[in-house]
Design a protein around this ligand. Sequence first.
Ligand code: SF4
Length: 457
Amino acid sequence: MTPALFADLPRELIEQFDESGSETVSFSPAASGQRVSTADYTQSLSALAARPEEAVALYVHLPFCPVRCLYCACHTTITHDGERIDRYLDTLEREMDLVTARLGRGRTLTQLHLGGGTPNYLTDSQLIRLMEMVGERFHLGPDTATNIECNPRRASASQLELLKGLGFTGVSFGIQDLDVRVQHAIGRVNSLGLVRDVCTTARETGFECISLDLVYGLPNQTLASFESTLERIIEINPDRIRVFGYSHHPASRPHQYAIETACLPGADEKLALLHSAVRCFTESGYTWIGLDCFVRDGDELADAQAAGRLRHTALGYTCAPTQHLLAFGASSLGEVDGTFVQNEPNVDAWRKAIEDGRFPILWGHKLNAADQRRHRAIAHLLCNLELPASLMSGLAGDAERLARCAAQGLIELTDKGLKVTHRGRYFLRSLCSQHEPNLAWSNHHWGEPQTSGSQTS
Ligand code: SF4
C-alpha cells in the first residue's frame, strides 16, 4: 500500500521510482555518446600533475566472488582460481604505473576505497600486495579515509586484524536483509548471529566506521519482514547504513531469472519499504544523508551536510575535499580534472589495453562549460536538497519539468531558487537524473549492493 505521504502522486511517478534503482550518478556512455581518447585522458592527468597540492581519491575494483548472488548487478566474475586474481593484480600494478607515469608518484589520497566483487575474497598475501602497490605510488596519510567492502561471511577475526594493520579505517558489510526467506530467494544467507559477531569483532579490532548495506525491493520482502530487519540492524548499532533499491533486469543479468517475478514487491511496496527505513532510522537517532545513507549523530557526513560541505562523487557521499577520483581495475569509473572515464568491464579487454601500453578506457566524457554548470547544480542538489538562484542556470532549459515537479509537490520554486520537499526527497534520484540528458544513472556499481551501486560483497 502506498504510504499516505505519496497518496496523490501520479502512477507514472511511482513507476519511475521503481525503475530508478540505486545506480551511481555519473555520465553514462549511452547518454553522452562521446569517447575520450588516451590523449585526452593524458592531458587531464598532466594538467593535474601540474597541481601537486591537489589531493585525489582512489578506487580499486576487484571483480571476483566465490559464488553469484541472484540479485547481483555488479561487474564481477565467479572464480575459485587464486592465480587468476594474482594475474589481475599484476595488471592492476601496470595500470597504476600508466597513470603515475603521467601524474607522478606520491600524490596524497583523501580516500581509498576497495570495491567489487568481494574485495575480502583476496587472500591475506594478495591484500598485502595490493596495499603495498598503492602505498608505493600514492601517499596515504592519517587523514586518508580507507574503506573496504566485505562479505561478512568471509571476514574472519584474523582478516579484520590484517585489514586494520594495513590501514583500513572503515569496513562496509553487505547484509541486504536478515529475513531467511528473503536470503534464500537471493542466494545470500548470513544469520543475525554472524552479522552481529562480525560487527562486534570489527569494532573490537578498532575500525572507526562500520557500515551496513541493505536492499529494499528484494523477493519475499514484506513491510513486516523488512521492519523486523530494520529493528535488528538498529540493535547492532552500525555507524552508517546505506539502503539501496533492487533493480530487476534479467535480460542483461541472466542470473536474475532465478528470482521469481511474482515474489518481487511492486512499485508501491518498494516505496513503502524505503519510507519505513527512513522512519525507523531517523526515529532511532540516525541522520538521513542525501539519497540513501543514514549516519549516527557526530558522523562527519552529518556535520558536512549541516555545514553545506557534503560532496557527492561516484563513490557516494563524502566530505573529502576533492573531486578527482582515480579508478583502477576493470569497469571502474573515475573523474580527473573534469574528465569522466570508465574502464573496459571485460577483464581480458582491460588487460589487453594495459599490456599494449594504453589506458583501458571504454568511454569517456570531458565536461564542457554547460556540462560543468549542470554537474555543479546536480551535485549541489544531491547533497543539499536545494539549489540557490546562483546555480539555477545549471538547469537551464528544464523550466517545464521543474514546474511539473513543483505541481507534484516534489520541489518548491521561489525567487531564491529550488528546494526539495520531504516527499520529493524520495524521488531525488529520478529528479536529478531526469534533469540532465548527459547525466544519467550509470549501470556501473561501486561496491555494494550491488544491487547495483556500488555495493555488496
Ligand atoms: S552481489 Fe556482491 S558478493 Fe554477490 S555476486 Fe555480486 S558482487 Fe559478488
